[in-house]
Write a new protein. Structure first.
Length: 202
């Protein structure tokens, strides 16, 4: 009866030593791919945002409304306004605390950040669900292209609404069966925040 052939210990050790190197190589490729995709999308977003001007002036409406709010005018009581207090708090944070200029350029740079953030959140969500950085990167690129309409209305609260709504399923992927409360509390906070930006979101 023949003996089963087995690899010598040296061969097994060689295979084991190659695994960390291969993992490091894969992680490097994934990182470079993600950075290249983000940089390419950022350049495209910059070009589209600063070369697209719509005949209707929603951008001017939000610029003027934000200015009135920062000057201390009372919204809802003295000035009718459709959007909720979380939107106004975000305006205060961006333009008063962080000192981002309240200009057309400033609003478009904020929109650029919102656009890329949305794509990144979608990509991260898919990566969490599939455990594949390739599918995550594909989701980032497809989401970025799908959201191209955001260039038509810089500064519109729809971007904040989309971020909040996308963070909800992403948060769900981190909920541990033994610790449900923190995750569900965060989902509740995100849901409330979305409702306080735009009540009819969805």
């Amino acid at each position: 009866m023949g003996r089963l052939a087995t690899d010598p210990p040296a061969a097994r050790d060689t295979r084991k030593s190659h695994r960390p190197a291969k993992l490091k190589h894969d992680n490097t490729i994934a990182l470079l791919g993600c950075l290249l995709a983000i940089a390419s999308c950022a350049l495209l977003a910059f070009y589209l945002l600063f070369s697209t001007f719509m005949p209707y002036d929603d951008e001017g409406l939000f610029l003027r409304a934000n200015l009135l709010f920062l000057e201390g005018h009372h919204f809802y009581r003295d000035i009718p306004w459709t959007y909720g207090p979380v939107y106004l708090a975000t305006v205060q944070l961006l333009h008063d605390v962080l000192q981002i200029p309240l200009t057309n350029s400033g609003l478009r740079f904020i929109t650029l950040g919102v656009w890329l953030s949305l794509g990144a959140i979608c990509g991260w969500l898919v990566q969490r669900l599939t455990q594949s950085w390739r599918w995550g990167l594909t989701a980032f690129l497809l989401s970025f292209l799908y959201l191209e309409a955001i260039v038509k209305e810089p500064g519109h609260p729809q971007g904040l609404v989309a971020i909040g709504m996308t963070l909800i399923p992403l948060t769900a992927t981190f909920i541990h069966p033994g610790r449900l409360l923190p995750g569900w509390l965060l989902i509740g906070v995100l849901s409330a925040a979305v409702a306080q930006i735009k009540l009819n979101a969805g």
